[in-house]
Design a protein around this ligand. Structure first.
Ligand SMILES: [Zn+2]
Length: 340
């Protein structure tokens, strides 16, 4: 299993110049290779010696890997090859071209090295020492230098014995139902909606006044708030799963969720995608399996008698007398999916 650690670099002004130039060389070289693939209409062999000599040897491998990936993705999406570009503003190093102890020691060019100071909190330090460092990526965002290090760790022991179903929604971000009969609500849909609607009205006002600087700033802040909410929700779901001894978490296929949600326009699918990816990451780390299921009728079937009822409000009612919150019914049905 791969994990990523994020540390903050403190390069000197001189080192910053070197890093910046490496990033632009990396970008150019990826686009050069991509151009060759596009004009040949296939991935061709590119000798490392033809790539810019300022790049460390191992980074050249990453350049070709990156260009091949973009080329293949472009083919898959059948996008116009003229518009296929590498847009990243970063440079990658392979495990043989860097070391990390009290400082980050990077190979730059064929001979020289860059020794950069960095900051990592206790969590990141522990993460870094927990496995084998495979590659790193350096990027400058919001005037800060970040370094993302990919760590290869042995897979954790499988955890737990019970099953849990999760219904993702808008009114309530997540509802969990376990095979032991426990129900739990996570997050506050009203809070998320409030952030979205208040932000949308403020944004349109700024748009009218053409205040683009403020718009960019706000967009960033808004994104960060939603991001931290998704982190909180996924963390509390996994904490709950660990306490309840859960072996497997069942989630609905997201492609169906969009069609299902009536007010789906307010929060687009990326929000689900992100919550799902956080859940997957945190579950994997703890040895809990994630399974994606087809949500056919999960919100309509009665958990008591299996009749299909269409509920128009939040409440779910069945002629057999069963009554519950609609999202709870969804979560129970998702949880029972594998068992039935
Ligand atoms: Zn019923």
């Amino acid at each position: 299993m791969y994990l990523t650690s994020k540390i903050i670099l403190h390069p000197t002004p001189q080192q910053e110049i070197t890093l910046k130039s490496l990033i632009s060389i990396y970008k150019n070289e990826v686009n050069e290779c991509l151009g060759k693939f596009i004009s040949n209409k296939k991935i061709i062999w590119i000798p490392y010696s033809t790539l810019n000599r300022h790049l460390p040897w191992e980074s050249k491998k990453e350049v070709i890997k990156e260009a091949s990936k973009i080329f293949r993705d472009g083919l898959r999406r059948k996008s116009d090859s003229q518009n296929t570009h590498f847009k990243g503003d970063y440079c990658k190093w392979h495990c043989d071209s860097f070391t990390l102890d009290s400082k980050l020691n990077l190979q730059v060019g064929q001979q020289s090295r860059l020794i950069v100071e960095f900051y990592a909190d206790d969590y990141q330090k522990q993460l870094l020492s927990s496995g084998y460092l495979t590659s790193l990526k350096i990027e400058k965002t919001n005037k800060k230098w970040y370094c993302y290090i990919k760590i290869l760790k042995p897979d954790p022991q499988p955890y737990g014995e019970h099953v849990m179903g999760i219904d993702l929604g808008i009114k309530v971000p997540a509802v969990a139902a376990t095979s032991t009969g426990k129900i739990r609500f996570f997050g506050n849909g009203r809070q998320v909606r409030y952030i979205c609607t208040s932000q949308t009205s403020r944004l349109s006002k700024l748009m009218r006044n053409k205040n683009y600087g403020l718009i960019r700033k706000m967009d960033h802040k808004w994104g960060n708030r939603l991001l931290s909410i998704d982190h909180q929700i996924s963390k509390s779901i996994i904490d709950f799963a660990l306490r309840e001894n859960i072996r497997m978490i069942l989630l609905e296929d997201l492609n169906f969720i969009q069609k299902k949600s009536d007010s789906g326009k307010k929060i687009s699918s990326w929000s689900y995608m992100r919550l799902k990816s956080f859940l997957e990451y945190k579950a994997n780390k703890n040895g809990i399996k994630i399974q994606i299921i087809n949500p056919y009728n999960t919100s309509k079937r009665c958990p008591n008698c299996s009749r299909i009822n269409i509920s128009t409000s939040r409440g779910y009612k069945c002629s057999c007398g069963y009554k519950n919150h609609r999202d709870v019914v969804g979560a129970i049905n998702i949880c029972n999916y594998n068992l039935s």
